[in-house]
Design a protein around this ligand. Structure first.
Ligand SMILES: NC(=O)c1ccc[n+]([C@@H]2O[C@H](COP(=O)([O-])OP(=O)(O)OC[C@H]3O[C@@H](n4cnc5c(N)ncnc54)[C@H](OP(=O)(O)O)[C@@H]3O)[C@@H](O)[C@H]2O)c1
Length: 311
């Protein structure tokens, strides 16, 4: 297939290009700068110069392709407008892809998040839809659910659209700004590793190379209107993650009382997230797409030499 990929220079994106080329596909990546163009060429992709703000350009690129994998996101808007602004910028992009691909049956695979189906008190599955989004969700991660819902809705217009929900913690040797990097930086800054309350809340994780395989399989053979879970570790207690980081850094590990002052005091803007529990199942993804994670799990991958370089 001739695949159009956005976000090919990002953490997940840089693995998907190699994954697609190794499977015999031809990849064109969106680049908004010379640096991005050079990186995409180095990965073996063709380059299409453009920006997420150019909806006509995205439509043209989608129409020229046999399928689209969309991973780019306007993270630059986070600081000015929060998650609402990021979602508001992404929603019209999905509608633009819809215009380009309607009636073609071509695949559109977009990144989503575990957590979009809410706190269910049980592991989230691929059958749990994204929660509807309302004004009351402004400023929360739910605000982005309009994007997942728009992608799924495109199936009714003849697009083989699906959402790959990437685990909350994506890890690899090229992780620059992911959740693990932030936890490690916080621990170094504070001189100890914190976990909220009893730390029994569960976090899911995936190696981005395994996530890339889910994205490819969804593109190649995933039915329309489906959610897939790119999840390797289905639920690790937060305390275990904190203890693993503490043992590598030689720092004490301590509970942070879950009150309104203490959690933000340690975790800052991550405070609303770290107290959540996000167990997630990957069973339907494995069974339907024939996917199996092959890379190290989160705790083993802490010793990949990237997170804690020797010395
Ligand atoms: N745990 C996770 O990491 C996780 C979990 C759930 C969902 N996701 C989602 O998965 C997707 C990929 O995440 P990631 O961590 O791999 O992304 P990332 O490392 O932050 O990379 C962002 C990508 O978007 C591109 N981009 C940003 N603004 C752009 C613009 N205006 N025009 C064109 N390209 C632009 C960047 O290109 P440049 O190289 O030019 O900057 C880069 O390739 C995102 O939608 C994210 O929300 C991630």
């Amino acid at each position: 297939m001739r695949v159009f990929v956005t976000g090919g220079t990002g953490h997940s994106g840089s693995y998907i290009i190699g994954e697609l080329i190794a499977a015999g596909h031809e990849v064109t990546g969106l680049a908004r700068s010379d640096t991005a163009a050079a990186a995409l060429s180095a990965f073996g992709a063709k380059v299409r110069r453009g920006d997420l703000e150019d909806l006509d350009g995205l439509k043209e690129a989608a129409a020229d392709s046999d399928g689209v994998i969309h991973l780019a996101h306007r993270q630059d808007l986070l600081f000015s407008g929060g998650i609402d602004a990021v979602a508001a910028a992404e929603h019209p992009i999905m509608l633009a892809y819809g215009e380009a691909l309607a009636g073609t049956g071509k695949p559109l695979v977009a990144a989503g998040s575990i957590g979009s189906s809410g706190s269910l008190g049980r592991p989230a599955t691929e059958e749990d839809p994204a929660l509807p989004t309302g004004d009351e969700h402004k400023g929360t991660l739910h605000a982005r659910n309009i994007v997942e819902t728009a992608v799924i809705d495109l199936a009714e217009r003849g697009v083989r659209s699906s959402v790959v929900r990437i685990a909350n913690i994506a890890h690899s040797t090229t992780d620059r700004a992911g959740f693990l990097m932030q936890l490690i930086a916080l621990a170094k800054e504070k001189g100890f590793v914190g976990y909220p309350g009893d730390g029994a809340n569960l976090w899911n994780a995936v190696h981005v190379r395994d996530a890339a395989a889910v994205l490819r399989l969804a593109l190649e053979k995933g039915p329309a209107a489906r959610y897939w879970h790119a999840v390797g570790d289905e639920g690790i207690p937060f305390r275990e993650i904190a203890e693993a980081i503490g043992s590598r850094l030689g720092l004490p590990v301590m509970s942070i009382p879950t009150d309104v002052l203490m959690v933000p005091g340690y975790f800052g803007f991550l405070a609303n997230l770290v107290t959540q529990s996000y167990p997630a199942s990957n069973l339907i993804t494995r069974r339907t797409l024939g996917w199996e994670p092959t890379q190290p799990g989160l705790l083993a991958d802490l010793d990949n030499g990237h997170y804690f370089p020797a010395g």
